[in-house]
Design a protein around this ligand. Structure first.
Ligand code: SF4
Length: 360
């Protein structure tokens, strides 16, 4: 086997001779030589293998706010990378060059888990993020990277759609420190028609993370005009979040820009994001944000108890810090939900590529 092809365990043989991948709710049933819908898992020698272990489309140091995570070491830097492929097929994908890649020439960087952890440590990154495409499909690599990071005191973060089955879900979230999960909409129709998926497994993942793990959780919804931005849908979604996940899970409402198979669909007006944010807070969500637009007020954090500004933001730059200790409001003493150092990070909005060959 080439070194980027590794054995996997989330599959079983079917009586008709096919092999079923059990990693995500697509349950691809493969004949010898076939690839799954994610394209990176394939049947080889009567087993399912991952074909992109250790390969990446590139590494960059980003602000953690870009993931977006606003309550996980604000102001810190995160070493970000992705691989290729995806197990959803969202027509609006904003990373389609990576997620829909059908050839791996874009995977020019190779990096061992330990090299990634060392690079993050040497660059002073608080965390490493699996992002750009969904870590579910490269779970074996993601878990090894997370273990190497933990050994060096570096946190790990998943940016994911949460489309994963129960067993692998437990194995992945046992080792992660934070996740931003896309809750793409709150209708079955949207998941079916626009993402070629189902909503139920995503909601199960969210409840699992919140109830069964210590992983810090934030949610992102990309609002697409006319598709998932009605008052009714936003009311139902935010009520569900408060009821099932609690008031402390931050929600990010981000702007759609025409992309991939939705090039002729108009962008999200900023007023839609503000409306979503106000519906969320009206339903009891304590921390709701606008994203992908210039909106310092919608991107800042306010104390849920006294309403005062506790973290000011302009884009990815922190402009004010009114937390003391590890996340206590300076004005009223209430504890703001999240994971905070006593002082904010100072990374700002820089984006710096990292050459992994230097850590080989
Ligand atoms: S992980 Fe890939 S191969 Fe496995 S079920 Fe999902 S899409 Fe299919």
């Amino acid at each position: 086997m080439p070194r980027d092809v590794v054995a996997t365990k989330f599959w079983h043989a079917l009586p008709d001779g096919r092999i079923q991948c059990d990693l995500c709710p697509r349950y691809c049933k493969l004949q010898e030589g076939q690839r799954g819908m994610c394209f990176v898992r394939a049947r080889e020698s009567d087993a399912i293998v991952l074909t992109t272990y250790g390969r990446s489309s590139g590494f960059c140091i980003d602000p953690i706010e870009k993931k977006p995570l606003n309550h996980f070491y604000p102001g810190s830097s995160v070493l970000s990378f992705g691989t290729a492929g995806c197990n959803l097929a969202c027509r609006f994908c904003q990373n389609w060059d990576i997620s829909k890649s059908r050839e791996f020439s874009s995977l020019s960087d190779r990096a061992s888990p330990d090299a990634i952890a060392r690079a993050a440590k040497e660059h002073g990154c608080k965390s490493v993020a699996f992002t750009y495409n969904d870590p579910v499909i490269f779970i074996e690599y993601a878990i090894d990277v997370a273990e190497a990071c933990r050994a060096r005191g570096v946190k790990t973060v998943a940016v994911t759609a949460g489309y994963i089955t129960a067993g692998p879900r437990e194995e992945l979230y046992r080792i992660l420190d934070a996740a931003n999960v896309d809750l793409k909409a709150f209708t079955e129709r949207f998941y079916e028609k626009i993402c070629a998926g189902q909503i139920a497994p995503v909601l199960e993942t969210l409840e699992y993370i919140k109830r069964e793990t210590d992983v810090w959780l934030e949610l992102t919804t990309l609002l697409i005009p006319g598709k998932n931005d009605s008052d009714t849908e936003l009311e139902e979604m935010t009520q569900w979040v408060v009821e099932h996940l609690g008031a402390d899970v931050p929600m990010h409402f981000t702007a759609f820009h025409p992309d991939w198979k939705m090039l002729h669909h108009g962008p999200t007006p900023p007023a839609t994001l503000t409306r979503a944010r106000s519906i969320a807070t009206g339903n009891g969500v304590r921390y709701a944000y606008t994203g992908n637009v210039h909106d310092p007020s919608g991107g800042s954090t306010y104390c849920h108890a006294c309403g005062k500004l506790v973290i000011g933001r302009d884009g990815y730059e922190l402009t004010e810090w009114n937390l003391v200790d590890h996340g206590q409001c300076r004005f009223c003493g209430a504890r703001v939900a999240g994971v905070f150092d006593p002082e904010p990070g100072t990374w700002g909005q820089k984006r710096i590529p990292v050459r992994m060959a230097d850590y080989a």
